[in-house]
Design a protein around this ligand. Structure first.
Ligand code: PGA
Length: 251
């Protein structure tokens, strides 16, 4: 059985003071013992969060990493090795905000995926279609291409130590959530694509849903057979709401 994972993506939010409050709020939550929980603060706050959540059974991850795994001359970037050194165990890659606003290509995302794994970080590979692509009936093709870029570059075995997050772009921060059935269809297709290369490995890969997940819709989404937890943006900035989402992923 796959162990659920609920991941809070704090995006470009927070000050030292508000992050300290959020840490306290997360520490107060009763978290289920059968769910992995992780938070992804802005890079600047990683050290504060690692220290603040010490002993709290909450993992910390970065929101991105450089294409080069090790520290070096690459102004403005953060190496996976530096994230690992700071206490991160995971890293989000290919979030749609980066693909869209910063024009990150599938190839760049694939390089970052390798960099993360080279440093022992678990990549959380984000994939998802835009509203136009969904309306044109291209959802499975788009998601399949984003996933294939990493499988082709690094082999399906790389997914034995990775997580996939399906995040329909039209559902992110919009209040619109994919219906459990819409999400399940894509999650099943992602698993089938992995299974075509390695069926046993595919059964073990966690596939998270992201896009306006909140306490009120989490249980229904997490109840679908191929949805193994959530990548939560806005709602993760409220510790009580985030705690409730984590509990919804428990048995
Ligand atoms: P949202 O963001 O929960 O605010 O829609 C999810 C994400 O972008 O990871």
């Amino acid at each position: 059985m796959r162990r659920p994972l609920v991941a809070g993506n704090w995006k470009m939010h927070g000050t030292r003071a508000s992050v300290a409050e959020l840490i306290e709020g997360v520490r107060r939550q009763v978290l289920p013992g059968d769910v992995d929980v992780a938070v992804f603060p802005a890079c600047l706050h990683v050290a504060q969060v690692v220290e603040g959540l010490a002993g709290a059974s909450v993992m910390v991850g970065g929101q991105d990493c450089a294409v080069e795994p090790l520290q070096g001359a690459l102004t403005g970037e953060v190496a996976a090795s530096q994230l690992q050194d700071a206490g991160c165990v995971m890293v989000l890659l290919g979030h749609s905000e980066r693909r869209q606003v910063l024009a990150e290509s599938d190839q760049v995302v694939a390089r970052k995926f390798a960099a993360a794994q080279a440093c022992g970080l678990v990549p959380v590979l984000c994939v998802g279609e835009t509203l136009e692509q969904r309306q044109a009936g291209e959802t499975l093709a788009v998601v399949g291409r984003q996933l294939a870029a990493v499988i082709d570059a690094h082999g399906v075995a790389a997914f034995s130590a990775a997580v996939v997050a399906y995040e329909p772009v039209w559902a992110i921060g919009s209040g619109l959530t994919a219906s459990p059935e819409q999400a399940q269809e894509v999650h099943a297709a992602i698993r089938a694509q992995l299974a075509a290369a390695d069926a046993e490995l595919a059964r073990g890969v966690r596939i998270l849903y992201g896009g306006s997940v909140k306490a009120a819709n989490a249980a229904e989404l997490f109840g679908m057979p191929d949805i193994d937890g959530g990548l939560v943006g806005g709602a993760s900035l409220n510790a009580d709401e985030f705690g409730a989402i984590c509990r919804a992923a428990g048995s």
